[in-house]
Ligand binder design. Structure first.
Ligand code: ADP
Ligand code: MG
Length: 321
């Protein structure tokens, strides 16, 4: 799988800390290493607050890591400044959860879609409507929507406009942060189908964040499972339901894919809440909720180990073998 695809962006040992009250430090991402490949989707799953958005904000250069580097085609982009950073930003775009908030209500759809192109002086104002119509058709909306205002459209239509806006710069990577989470399931499905189609047509890379594990695994070539800022498991999307090994992934997968559940076994799903990212214990971050917790898990933090091709897990259960 991924090994045969061109590496676009490499995140290497990314750590991001935020100052917290009382002089404390919150580590939102801890030593995260992940790769984005051409034409492939990297999905990130994990509970709210585990650091998914923080990681992706760094991927799109909205903020910088405290440690580690992002190599875009081998070049460290964390050091870019000024005009170089501005030019680089064209290559990686982001679509947010609620485009209604991201769009100015006074701008027409064609202004929204073409704004990035005008900012980079890649088209003339007179070309706006024609360009907007072309991209509206690409996201399967009528060309006439170019003249509309965002408030006169449905949530799903607005999200298509958001996708069109992300596409106009012809980026190599698009990050979707819960971009379909606010939509009805049926609308969500048609948008996902559109994303898959556009990815095939344009051979574009995606980063996809979503709290819906079933959805993420269905469209992701690789899935990274994150917990309290750490990557716990990285595996091919089609192995999530049946082939995951980490107790955290298993608990989440069992809750989602109940078709695969063995009703003879006690359900190992986790009921307690994740500890605060301010109180990550030494050893394994998941120890307090893990049904398989051992002595070593309270002392030593497990590192990611290769289980199979394209499959890694950070769990002491897999050191022992
Ligand atoms: P997710 O997207 O997985 O829900 P986030 O990346 O938004 O998680 O947040 C990870 C952790 O970092 C959370 O504990 C959150 O409160 C904290 N955090 C995120 N952004 C900031 C910030 N700008 N300042 C302080 N803490 C932040
Ligand atoms: Mg988030």
């Amino acid at each position: 799988m991924s090994e045969n695809h061109e590496l676009i962006l490499e995140a290497k040992h990314i750590t991001r800390r935020y100052p917290a009250p009382n002089g404390r430090t919150l580590t939102a991402c801890q030593d995260v290493s992940l790769n984005f490949y051409r034409g492939q989707t990297l999905g990130i799953v994990g509970e709210s607050g585990c650091g998914k958005s923080t990681f992706m904000r760094m991927v799109v250069s909205l903020e910088q890591p405290d440690e580690g580097e992002f190599l875009f085609h081998g070049r460290d982009i964390t050091k870019l400044k000024g005009e170089e950073l501005r030019q680089h930003r064209q290559k990686i775009q982001m679509v947010f959860q609620d485009p209604a908030e991201a769009f100015s209500p006074r701008m027409r759809v064609m202004d929204i879609i073409c704004e990035p192109l005008l900012n980079f002086k890649r088209i003339r104002k007179s070309e706006k409507e024609a360009v907007a119509r072309r991209y509206l058709e690409m996201v399967e909306l009528p060309g006439d929507f170019a003249l509309r205002y965002p408030h006169s459209m449905s949530g799903g239509q607005r999200q298509r406009v958001g996708i069109a806006r992300a596409l106009v710069l012809e980026p190599e990577l698009i990050v979707y942060d819960e971009a379909t989470s606010a939509l009805d399931v049926s609308v969500q499905k048609t948008i996902i189908e559109l994303l898959v189609k556009l990815q095939k047509e344009k051979n574009i890379s995606y980063g996809f964040i979503c709290h819906d594990m079933a959805l993420v695994q269905s469209l992701s070539h690789q899935v990274a499972v994150m917990y309290l800022g750490h990557i716990m498991e990285l595996l091919p999307g089609d192995k999530v339901a049946d082939g995951c090994v980490h107790p955290y992934t298993k608990a989440m997968a069992e809750a989602v894919f109940d078709l695969h559940m063995d009703f003879g076994k006690p359900i190992e799903s986790i009921e307690s809440e994740a500890p605060s990212p301010l109180d990550v214990p030494p050893g394994c971050p998941f120890q307090s909720r893990c049904p398989k917790c051992m002595d070593i898990c309270r002392k030593e933090k497990p590192v990611l180990k290769t289980i199979a091709q394209g499959h890694q897990a950070a769990c002491h259960l897999y050191d022992l073998k």
